[in-house]
Design a protein. Structure first.
Length: 239
C-alpha cells in the first residue's frame, strides 16, 4: 500500500477514535475506547460488532441510533483485527483493489477480448478496475406531517458489462449452482448505462437491531456475490 493511502487510513482512524471518545464520555455505559478496540481486534465474526451496538439500543439513544451504528461500523472497518494479521478491513480492501487495478491494467491498455464500449461500461473510472456497488439505505416514509414507517433496504448496482457477460455464462460451472447469482440475473432491472443492472436484495421495516443485523448480513452476502462476478470477468476477460 502506498504511503499516502496508509496515512489517509491512519488519519481516518484517529478521527473515528475521537468521535467514539466524545460519545462515550457522555454515556454511563462504563465502556471506553480501549474496550471497543479490544473487541474489534479479537473479533470472531461480525456478530461481535452487533454486541457493541446493542449496548446502546435503548430509548435514551433512540434519536442517535443510526449515528451510533455508523460510528461503530466505521470503527470496525478502520480499526485493526487480529484475524487480518493486525490490519483493518479498509487496508485489506485497498490491497484488493490495488491488485484488481494491476491485474486489469494491461487489459485496459490493449486487450482485444472486449470492445471499447464494454470497457467503458465496466465503470472502470480511468482504467482503475471493475466497479459495481451495494448500498444499505435507511428509507423514511412520511405521511402528512409525520414519519409513518422506516425501512432498511439493500440495493445492488452491477455495471452493464459484468452483468451481461455473467448472464451469458450463467450455465457455466462457475454459476449454474449459485442461487444468489441466478436470482440476481433473473430479477435485476436495467436502468441504463449510468446505473446498470439494479436489484433489491433486502427490504424490511426497521424496528430494532435485529433488522439491521439481517440487512447487514444480506449486504455482506451481496458483496461476496459481486466479488465473485468481478473475479470471473478478471480471469476470463482481463488476462
Amino acid at each position: 500500500m502506498k504511503k499516502l493511502e496508509k496515512e489517509k487510513i491512519l488519519k481516518r482512524r484517529k478521527e473515528i477514535e475521537q468521535v467514539i471518545k466524545e460519545f462515550l464520555s457522555y454515556t454511563d455505559s462504563g465502556f471506553n475506547l480501549e474496550d471497543v478496540k479490544k473487541i474489534i481486534y479479537e473479533e470472531k465474526d461480525h456478530n461481535d460488532l452487533m454486541g457493541i451496538i446493542k449496548k446502546f439500543n435503548d430509548k435514551k439513544f433512540k434519536d442517535d441510533f443510526e449515528k451510533i451504528i455508523t460510528m461503530f461500523n466505521d470503527a470496525w472497518n478502520y480499526f485493526p483485527h487480529k484475524s487480518l494479521e493486525g490490519f483493518s478491513p479498509a487496508e485489506k480492501i485497498k490491497e484488493y483493489y490495488k491488485s484488481v487495478e494491476n491485474d486489469s491494467k494491461n487489459f485496459m491498455l490493449g486487450s482485444k477480448k472486449l470492445t471499447q464500449k464494454q470497457i467503458d461500461l465496466l465503470w472502470s473510472g480511468g482504467e482503475k478496475g471493475i466497479y459495481s456497488q451495494a448500498k444499505l439505505i435507511r428509507e423514511i416514509r412520511i405521511l402528512d406531517k409525520k414519519v409513518s414507517r422506516e425501512f432498511l433496504v439493500v440495493e445492488v448496482e452491477i455495471n452493464p458489462t459484468t452483468f451481461e457477460l455473467v448472464r451469458k455464462h450463467r450455465n457455466d460451472i462457475e454459476f449454474k449452482n449459485d442461487v444468489a447469482i441466478q436470482q440476481l440475473l433473473d430479477h435485476a432491472d436495467y436502468r441504463g448505462p449510468e446505473f446498470g443492472y439494479v436489484s433489491l436484495a433486502f427490504q424490511n421495516e426497521y424496528r430494532d437491531e435485529k433488522v439491521f443485523k439481517d440487512a447487514d448480513f444480506v449486504l455482506r452476502k451481496v458483496q461476496d456475490t459481486i466479488i465473485k462476478m468481478h473475479k470471473f470477468i478478471m480471469e476470463r476477460y482481463l488476462k
